[in-house]
Design a protein around this ligand. Structure first.
Ligand code: SF4
Length: 82
């Protein structure tokens, strides 16, 4: 049985990878995919460097504030701030 992540990787490689020299690695080609209408585009495999580049710097702070407002347990960072 193939896991979800492996299935997405296989689909993206099958879709876009051109092994001719000069076209880059399969991962580089998948990262460069511009088919935003594809349902796999938001979950296509990216390197951690690219994920970091695209990460919303305020997202984790907003998530913590939302969790706190909803009464969920405090985070380690909240405990450290006390
Ligand atoms: S995200 Fe891009 S590479 Fe992956 S399946 Fe969709 S169109 Fe192909």
């Amino acid at each position: 049985m193939v896991g979800m992540k492996a299935a997405i990787v296989a689909k993206c490689r099958d879709c876009i990878y051109d092994p001719l020299p000069g076209n880059g690695t399969w991962r580089a080609q998948v990262e460069a995919c511009t088919s935003m209408a594809c349902s796999l585009w938001p979950v296509r495999p990216l390197t951690s460097e690219t994920q970091e580049k695209h990460r919303d710097p305020g997202a984790s702070a907003r998530a913590r504030a939302r969790a706190k407002a909803q009464g969920f347990g405090s985070t380690v960072r909240d405990k450290e701030a006390r």
